[in-house]
Design a protein around this ligand. Structure first.
Ligand code: FAD
Length: 376
């Protein structure tokens, strides 16, 4: 029976810290997820079961992502972020179906993991409208054909929430969510060949005539893209707050290292050029602080999709800049196995995963008048 975790930031942090103490080695995402479930943290952070369809709270997610980031690899944090910010809130839109409810409860209890599969094998990730994965909706069953790539939790999840086309028209009402057991006949799961993102379970999924009951359709057919747009917006805001936590952690560590590193008879921290470079990173961090201060908490409706796009495009640049500068400032130490050169490569994913920067900027331009108005 899961405990009830406190929902205020301090209580939540304490529940998370004790769950992390009980969890296994860094990168053992399944053990971590189980402990977070047992401690009631997933229920405290997940969408409320009594008000399905509510978005997750990015500021509450920040508490978890920051604690995880301090102890676990990027891939593990990503696994939690995708499930809590996007996959579970979308699943919560279909709780009137028994199989959907049972996967939802098991995931919130930490007994199961859930993948969110939107990026299509047959189309550019930024062009969801061109997705080629097809769901044929029958009266009692759904037949799925197609494939998805670069899916977080693909190799570890018991179920994937799959975005599929149920109508041929290139229109935002042509899509449906289907909940697919990853061990169903016709599903092929293969890990992505990458040494990055340890603990993310990232992989590709293929669906060849996969047949599931009609009760595996999540929410109303035709509503999948609007629901995705809404919840991926929360994920983008949460990942902006996570990026800021990474920058703080890396800057702390770099400053410590510079203070202990000999340079020209003193320490690297005493060197004016080094200090100026570090100070520019602090300016960038404060720029992130200003952006993050605009992120609203609570499962409210006031956040707009464009807020998430702006936050994502902005932090992708800041994170890459700060971590890149810290790699240079740390020198050779950055290239050790546990050094931050590895993180620098993973940080480049902030401008791709969950929405490529090009696509974010195209979306921001579409809302130019609203953005200018909000600025006034
Ligand atoms: C670590 C990781 C985890 C991921 N996890 C998941 C997951 O859990 N679920 C999932 O569904 N997907 C996941 N993805 C996939 C990710 O969402 C896609 O990679 C992303 O949407 C971009 O798609 P793409 O790689 O096909 O690139 P594309 O969309 O083809 O973009 C390629 C380039 O074109 C630019 N571009 C695209 N559109 C425009 C435009 N309109 N204007 C200007 N330039 C543009 C982009 O900025 C980019 O530089 C993950 C990816 C990574 C790296």
């Amino acid at each position: 029976m899961p405990e009830a975790a406190a929902t205020d930031r301090t209580g939540l942090r304490t529940s998370i810290a004790s769950a992390l103490d009980r969890a296994g080695a860094p990168g053992d995402t399944a053990a971590l997820w189980r402990e977070l479930g047992r401690a009631g943290v997933l229920r405290a952070l997940g969408p409320s079961g009594t008000t399905p369809g509510r978005a997750a709270d990015p500021l509450a997610l920040e508490v978890l992502l920051t604690e995880l980031d301090a102890r676990h690899p990027t891939g593990t944090v990503l696994s939690a972020c995708v499930q809590l910010a996007t996959a579970l809130p979308i699943l919560a839109e279909g709780l009137d179906s028994d199989p959907v409810r049972s996967v939802y409860e098991a995931t919130l209890d930490g007994e199961a993991q859930l993948a969110l599969a939107t990026t299509d094998s047959g189309a550019g990730g930024s062009d969801l409208m061109e997705a080629t994965t097809v769901a044929e909706l029958g009266e009692d069953q759904v037949v799925l054909n197609g494939g998805k790539r670069w899916i977080t939790n693909a190799t570890t999840a018991g179920h994937a929430l799959v975005l599929a086309r149920h109508r041929p028209a290139r229109h935002f009402t042509s899509f449906v969510w289907v909940l697919v057991p990853t061990d169903a006949a016709g599903v092929t799961v293969e890990p992505t060949t990458t040494r990055l993102f340890l603990g993310s379970g990232v992989g590709n999924l293929r669906f060849d005539g996969v047949t599931v009951g009609r009760d595996h359709v999540v929410g109303r057919p035709g509503r999948a893209l609007p629901s995705f747009a809404r919840h991926i917006g929360t994920e983008r805001l949460a990942s902006a707050l996570w990026a800021r936590a990474i920058c703080r952690r890396v800057l702390d560590r770099t400053r410590e290292q510079l203070a202990g590193h000999p340079l020209h008879g003193r320490t690297a921290w005493d060197n004016d050029a080094v200090r100026a470079r570090f100070a520019k990173c602090l300016v960038e961090l404060r720029r992130m602080d200003a952006l993050c201060a605009t992120i609203q908490g609570g499962p409210d409706e006031q956040r707009t999709a464009v807020d998430g796009m702006i936050a994502k495009a902005a932090v992708a640049e800041s994170l890459q800049y700060v971590v890149g500068e810290c790699v240079q400032l740390q020198g050779a130490a950055a290239f050790a196995d546990d050094g931050i050169a590895h993180l620098h490569t993973e940080a480049a994913a902030w401008s791709i995963a969950g929405g490529a920067t090009g696509a974010m900027l195209a979306g921001v331009a579409d809302h130019a008048a609203d953005v200018l108005k909000a600025s006034r």
